[in-house]
Ligand binder design. Sequence first.
Ligand SMILES: NC(=O)C1=CN([C@@H]2O[C@H](COP(=O)(O)OP(=O)(O)OC[C@H]3O[C@@H](n4cnc5c(N)ncnc54)[C@H](O)[C@@H]3O)[C@@H](O)[C@H]2O)C=CC1
Ligand SMILES: O=C(O)[C@H]1O[C@H](OP(=O)(O)OP(=O)(O)OC[C@H]2O[C@@H](n3ccc(=O)[nH]c3=O)[C@H](O)[C@@H]2O)[C@H](O)[C@@H](O)[C@@H]1O
Length: 482
Amino acid sequence: MVKICGIGAGYVGGPTMAVIALKCPSIEVAVVDISHSRISAWNSNKLPIYEPGLEEVVNQCRGKNLLFSTDVEKHVYEADIIFVSVNTPTKVRGLGAGKAADLTYWESAARMIADVSKSNKIVIEKSTVPVRTAEAIEKILTHNTNSKDIKYQILSNPEFLSEGTAIQDLLNPDRVLIGGNQDPEGIEAIRKLKAIYAHWVPEDRIIATNLWSAELSKLADNAFLAQRISSINAMSALCEATGAEVSQVSLALGKNTKIGPKFLNASVGFGGSCFQKDILNLVYICESNGLTEVANYWKEVIKVNDYQKSRFVHRVVTSMFNTVSGKKIAILGFAFKKDTSDTRKTPAIDVCKGLLGDNAFLSIYDPRVTETQIQKDLSMDGVEWDHPIHLQPKSSSVVKQVNVVGDAYEATRDAHGLCILTEWDEFKTVDYERVYDNMEKPAFVFDGRNMLNVDKLREIGFIVYSIGRPLDQWLKNMKIVN
Ligand SMILES: NC(=O)C1=CN([C@@H]2O[C@H](COP(=O)(O)OP(=O)(O)OC[C@H]3O[C@@H](n4cnc5c(N)ncnc54)[C@H](O)[C@@H]3O)[C@@H](O)[C@H]2O)C=CC1
Ligand SMILES: O=C(O)[C@H]1O[C@H](OP(=O)(O)OP(=O)(O)OC[C@H]2O[C@@H](n3ccc(=O)[nH]c3=O)[C@H](O)[C@@H]2O)[C@H](O)[C@@H](O)[C@@H]1O
């Protein structure tokens, strides 16, 4: 029986390994992690991450051909194939700090593999890594004195799932990308990995390339996706200035088959653990190769994203007579997108910090994010948000101007304004007449996700700001001061 070990039981490692176990009953899959709390959660009824459909998959396989363990060395020793899905956050200090990928976790996983292995292994890069990482990994694996007679094949098999739809994406991927050495051993390793995916993925969707193309394609993929969002967000600012309507512009663009309809929703900005980190990583690689113009091109995608978040904060503050000091503002949604509990790099952090900077009182409601997580996110400095909660420092101070509450009605009671920062479906069905009645007047809605019916809200009496849509007379009169 083929044995697989997945190192890293996070947003990628957990769901990916669970789906392999589901689709390949003849393969034994062990998912290992250094975090005891994460592994015990995977072994409990309350999984450590929220992802629609994940619980069902785990329940079907756990205890059969899927197990979760902290005994990393044992399972690595026993495995034929090792998927490494550890985190690769942005480096916090040292050379390339603030841009380069921090490969500490990857390196320690590779050293451990070299230390404990006694048989040949296929080692798979599932994490997103800088192009040419496989070269460094190979050096670590083969220069270990214990592993003289052991042969390693390194493959790049980047993951393209999105949080919130991870299980669907894994069950029905657009493509599976496998990069490997182009010699007979490399081609044989690619064949073995292809055979695993072939249990459920049609062959024409499994693409084999050389190692560097696969590694770079993942960074390029995220950069292209983020670039679309920054492009439409840049257009949203121009829409507000001219009376054009961004959703109509998106519709028109999306009907062009050369452009396509997806990823054209203007928003308060993109978030998540990967877009910013991977673009910064790409920027760093370009700079290291002397490609300044290319680096600057991709940097702009992040700059527009930061501009979009600060534009939103300015809109809130200026429309409320240029100050939110002492005012209660309701924040509906904190996760970086709907259907996930993940808050890494969520635009809500920057927006809330901006409002707190102007002395607002925030009342925050998110259906899936805990109070502890929100307080942590709002009390920490930039790059630490990239790291999973259990790898973050234990004590962080509580932000006193922040109250985390249990529903949208409580959040908005006596508030001067409400901001929608995540597009949770339940925010569509809130009784906004009731909300309006219980708010201070004038009552404002700032829809950072363009999900609410603006005309209905205006009929109720709200002053409404919706990204990239024609402005209320009120907002037109309140010029943004940057
Ligand atoms: N989150 C996402 O949607 C996607 C993430 N990726 C990439 O996948 C990688 C993992 O991302 P996430 O799953 O979100 O990260 P995560 O932080 O949720 O999970 C990583 C896990 O690895 C564990 N770990 C770190 N070092 C370890 C070691 N030496 N031995 C055993 N376990 C170790 C950590 O404790 C953590 O639980 C990153 O490179 C990311 O860029 C790729 C596609 C999608
Ligand atoms: O490497 C990764 O981590 C993954 O990053 C993204 O997936 P994810 O970050 O989970 O979520 P997305 O659906 O891409 O959303 C990212 C952010 O962009 C925002 N977004 C998305 C689409 C859009 O039209 N507008 C928009 O503002 C979302 O609200 C969210 O804040 C990519 O979509 C995945 O292909 C990739 O595998």
